[in-house]
Design a binder for this molecule. Structure first.
Ligand code: KDO
Length: 335
């Protein structure tokens, strides 16, 4: 993966004319267009939060233009697009950031974050400062706020009679779709499965044709993407309390007035908070609906999964990239 310097990102942004008239004066006189790229659908709670909360709050000076279902940029290419000045915003994952800065894998590690509130405490803690500074300085991307995606579980085509998932050993040989970056693939292996990289927009078809045996996502995503139509069971592994960051072009940010910056920051925080509550509500209420669609939902041996997954990270190359003391600090911020 290409690593862009801040200087290259700056040149590209100015060349693209995205912040024309604002970069030198610091006065944002023209209306801005803020395009956001996401692999999520229009009805995904993070998308809804951005459209219903973020967009109206910045409407005085910016037109918000979302591109859903990876129509603007393919999943995993959005950060590079922002860095090159071709995009203003994305809903970015720690796994994607880890492609540029391997230490971000710590936020994508199984059984590290405990819940949504823990994610917020971690994001607001000074431990994030060097992570955020690096992303700004070297990639030209500002991480405005943390969004809650939810507890990821193993969702399979096989019926429970065919495959009862109690421990990681039961996932041996299971062709589990995971998103296509190293941090995701590592997690899939750590769960005991055989991970296959596949873009989110391909997963429904992959499940319906049997190209993959299963996928992992939180319950709201299983419903939003209708994965319940093409799967038979969900083992509630809760292997990753998953998050995304609202990512914003640093060059566009630098072209805003201080008041506009404050408004953008507040809008991002408000959207993240609103989306978090909605997603938690959905997460707590969707199991009955999914069961009614004929999908069995059950809890496996969580201790077996936690122990096995954590053991895979200990002493691994992934863990070698984590700055000293950060895991301990994250754990301290837990319950
Ligand atoms: C996915 O590809 O499984 C995933 O859940 C990964 C997330 O980081 C996020 O990008 C999400 O997809 C998309 O927004 C679609 O919900």
């Amino acid at each position: 993966m290409l690593k862009l310097t801040r200087r290259a990102a700056l040149t590209a942004t100015i060349a693209a004319g995205l912040v024309a008239g604002t970069a030198t004066t610091g006065l944002a006189q023209d209306r801005l267009t803020l395009r956001l790229a996401t692999a999520g659908s229009e009805t995904d709670q993070r998308s809804v939060a951005m459209a219903q909360v973020f967009a109206p709050m910045v409407a005085e000076f910016a037109d918000y233009q979302p591109g859903y279902n990876a129509t603007l940029f393919a999943q995993g290419t959005e950060l590079e697009a922002i860095s090159r000045g071709n995009l203003e915003m994305s809903i970015a994952s720690a796994q994607e950031l880890a492609q540029f800065f391997p230490e971000f894998s710590i936020f994508a590690t199984g059984y590290v974050h405990q819940d949504a509130a823990h994610q917020v405490r971690v994001f607001n803690d000074p431990l994030m400062d060097p992570f955020e500074a690096k992303v700004e300085d070297e990639l030209g991307v500002k991480l405005l706020s943390v969004m809650y995606l939810g507890r990821r579980h193993v969702n399979l085509r096989q019926t429970r009679e065919e495959l009862d998932v109690q421990t990681p050993e039961d996932l041996a040989g299971v062709n589990l779709r995971m998103p296509g970056t190293d941090a995701w693939q590592f997690l899939g292996k750590a769960l005991g499965a055989s991970p296959t990289p596949m873009a989110f927009t391909e997963v429904y078809t992959g499940l319906s044709t049997g190209a993959v045996d299963g996928q992992d996502n939180p319950l709201p995503t299983v419903v939003d993407a209708k994965f319940y139509e093409v799967t038979s069971q969900i083992a509630l592994t809760s292997h990753l309390v998953d998050l995304n960051y609202i990512a914003f072009s640093k060059e566009v940010w630098d072209g805003l007035t201080p008041d506009q910056q404050l408004t953008v920051q507040r809008a991002a925080d408000a959207a993240a908070a609103w989306g978090r509550l909605k997603q938690l509500d959905k997460e707590n209420s969707l199991a009955d609906f999914i069961r009614a669609q004929g999908v069995e939902i059950y809890t496996p041996d969580l201790e077996a999964f936690r122990t096995h997954v954590q053991a895979q990270y200990v002493g691994s190359e992934v863990a070698a990239s984590w700055p000293e003391g950060v895991l301990e600090r994250i754990n301290e911020l837990g319950n």
